[in-house]
Design a binder for this molecule. Structure first.
Ligand SMILES: [Mg+2]
Length: 320
């Protein structure tokens, strides 16, 4: 029988591996999917037969391994939290700096949210029926890692970061469900437990029903999640899931990014094809791996394991 201490540390090793895979999965899915963004499945078939290698290009004319706003905004959020604790203005400041750096792509709703912070100091967008895009959901990887072990904290951080740019019940619900699916995956739950989370979401918002998937993969958060869920639950590996998602086209960098963060946490680092990891921009790879470990170390679950308090859960003190 293993010593209890050893068991704990090997458990933590697995958790750290899944955390890295979650964040790497996001970046790999983004880089892979950017090639087929805005294409139809028929156009993808005619051009690539099956798109399965990170090769850049696409409407953004990317270099192979280059990522887009999905990964860059996640890194900006993660960097803010690591530097200043959970501080919304810190996250917004980093989004401003990112926008000023002329990113390769930026969604209209994200741009509007960042501008309203810049001009009016607004940290929460008013509810807007047109805000049901996937731009907040795509930033959930660092939030999920940071809040592992505390569902209330997950909900709070997910909604606060989301509403910097997007404020819509469907976006809110999507963000929380993605966060919970990552939490369950990180702690080794099976796919039935993850499916139960999607059923909870569908019970509250029937539009997310994906049992009769119709192939819509747009940036509308309902289409995005239905695409991710369909391929996650009908495939048996990280690679198969991601290839399915990005060959559906539409908002393929973001469906790829969200599928990648969930499937990465679920299957672990060994399941991410090496050819994809090798192609990923080395500085992005380094940043996501470093942030993944530092964020998971701050999570309530890991802090409890190592007998540390968790200041994030104290209402008045947002310092880490
Ligand atoms: Mg993108």
């Amino acid at each position: 029988m293993a010593e209890p201490g050893r068991e704990k540390s090997s458990h933590r090793h697995t958790l750290y591996d899944r955390a890295r895979a979650c964040y790497l999965g996001l970046a790999v899915g983004d880089a892979l999917g950017a090639t087929t963004e805005f294409m139809t499945p028929g156009e993808i078939r005619a051009t690539h037969t099956i798109h399965k290698n990170i090769c850049g290009g696409g409407w953004l004319r990317l270099k192979p391994g280059q990522v887009t706003d999905d990964t860059e905004m996640s890194l900006a959020l993660g960097r803010a939290v690591l530097e200043r604790g959970w501080c919304l203005s810190g996250i917004a400041d980093n989004f401003v700096a990112w926008m000023r750096g002329k990113p390769v792509d930026i969604g209209a709703t994200c741009r509007r949210g960042i501008r309203s912070y810049l001009l009016k100091g607004q940290l929460e967008q008013p509810v807007n029926e047109w805000d049901a895009g996937n731009g907040a959901a795509m930033r959930m990887a660092p939030v999920a890692l940071l809040t592992l072990g505390d569902d209330v904290l997950l909900m709070r951080c997910a909604l606060e970061q989301a509403r910097l740019t997007h404020h819509h019940p469907l976006s809110d619900a999507a963000c929380i469900t993605i966060g919970r699916m990552i939490h369950h995956s990180l702690t080794g739950c099976d796919r039935f437990a993850l499916h139960a989370l999607t059923r909870d979401l569908v019970a509250d918002h029937p539009r997310f029903q994906f049992s009769r998937y119709d192939g819509q993969a747009s940036a509308y958060v309902v289409d995005t999640l239905r695409t991710v869920f369909h391929y996650f639950f009908t495939t048996g590996s990280f690679e198969e899931c991601l290839i399915g998602v990005v060959n559906q086209g539409g908002d393929a960098d973001t469906t790829g990014a969200i599928a990648g963060m969930i499937a990465g946490a679920f299957y672990g680092c060994d399941a991410i094809p090496r050819r994809w990891l090798k192609k990923l921009d080395p500085s992005i790879r380094e940043d996501v791996e470093e942030q993944a470990i530092r964020l998971i170390q701050l999570s309530p679950l890991v802090r409890r394991q190592i007998g540390d308090g968790h200041p994030l859960t104290q209402e008045k003190n947002h310092e880490i």
